[in-house]
Design a protein around this ligand. Structure first.
Ligand code: AHR
Length: 357
């Protein structure tokens, strides 16, 4: 009889969409349990230090009812970086027993907006997303705000006037990544290079900011010029296709360096060069951003030269932040992830073995 009552409470809780209803059922279940256990366990007596013990072991129904529900709207699976990012978020949610509602937008902003609206309807506790592009988010973020659901931006920022539309941004400094790539190239070439640039998705924060940082640093080196530039959408196949068109263009033979906004496009460019008899890594230097295992391997093989690390493994940081938000803690507006610069000087087979992505 007692067990049946607890099971019923858990079932009601699981089927209710509203988080306040879930909280109500959780509280009610706790009261029932406390009443049932009152005569048999010392821990049921209200003593401050005993509280966690009382709540944990004997009340699985309560634990289920209090499960944190997080909606995550991912961009897609355009790169190895993105796959590592998705895995980090899913694995960490599973490890913490968080109910993760995950949506893949297949690189379309309208799909991400639809997913966020669905999370609002589901009354999730927190919404997190990696915005595919920077602009156009105000209406849906205002809806989340009106529904009192906190929003966390991961990986990419949005361009909005009202900063109260999101709690915090967790990710890297893309402008600095672009700067570091240019500085590496300037050091390596003595400030002389004819550069082909493979840009990320048009309108995406890393495409805008990495270009900005790269050009900022380039301005100090009049001997370094971007002679070709086109979007490869952070995608390996598209990077290859665009680089093939660079090679066919009149400027093709003048290219001495490639700056790709991510490693996948750099790998595509390397393949294009290899297929057309150009030697990547020596004849044409290759610099990119992310730090995926394939880029490390290419550096070790000599077909790539430098990768600026951008860490995708932000699952633990994301859910630490989500739990702090739930606990009412004050969160900084920007939480920056660190990254190193890798080239032939610090990439070894041993280092590659230790890479997690
Ligand atoms: O936003 C981070 C960028 O997006 C990564 O550099 C790229 O690989 C990904 O697709």
């Amino acid at each position: 009889m007692n067990l049946t009552m607890l099971k019923m409470m858990a079932m009601i809780s699981e089927n209710l969409g509203c988080r306040w209803s879930r909280a109500f059922v959780a509280a009610a279940t706790g009261i029932v349990c406390a009443a049932l256990c009152g005569g048999c366990e010392k821990t049921a007596v209200k003593k401050e230090g005993d509280q966690p013990k009382t709540a944990a072991a004997p009340m699985p129904a309560t634990a289920t009812a209090q499960k944190l529900v997080v909606g995550f709207a991912q961009i897609g699976a355009e790169s190895a970086w993105r796959t590592a990012n998705t895995n980090s978020i899913k694995d960490e949610a599973a490890a913490r027993g968080i109910d993760l509602r995950f949506s893949d937008a297949q690189n379309k902003q309208e799909n991400q907006i639809r997913a966020i609206r669905s999370f609002i309807q589901q009354r999730v506790d927190v919404i997190a997303f990696a915005p595919v592009v920077e602009t156009g988010w105000e209406p849906v973020l205002e809806e989340a705000k009106a529904a009192n659901i906190p929003v966390v931006l991961t990986d990419r920022e949005v361009d909005v006037q009202d900063q109260s539309l999101y709690v915090t941004f967790i990710g890297a400094d893309f402008v600095e990544e672009g700067r570091r790539a240019a500085e590496w190239l300037a050091n390596k070439t003595g400030g002389k290079a004819m550069i082909a640039e493979l840009q990320g998705t048009p309108g995406a924060a890393p495409a805008i900011d990495r270009k900005k940082g790269f050009e900022e640093a380039l301005a100090k080196h009049p001997g370094m010029k971007i002679i070709k530039s086109q979007a490869g959408d952070f995608n390996r196949a598209k990077g290859k296709e665009v680089y093939e068109s660079f090679l066919r263009s009149p400027e093709g033979p003048q290219i001495t360096a490639v700056f790709a906004h991510n490693d996948d496009m750099a790998i595509g460019a390397i393949q294009a060069m290899q297929e057309s008899g150009v030697k990547p890594g020596s004849q044409v230097l290759v610099v990119s951003i992310d730090g995926i295992r394939d880029a490390f391997q290419a550096i070790l093989d000599g077909s790539a030269n430098c990768t600026v690390e951008c860490n995708p493994l932000i699952g633990p940081l994301l859910f630490d932040t989500v739990e702090k938000i739930r606990g009412g803690e004050t969160i900084p507006k920007r939480i920056q992830t660190p990254g190193d610069v890798f080239d032939a000087g610090n990439v070894t087979a041993e280092v590659i073995k230790q890479r997690k992505y």
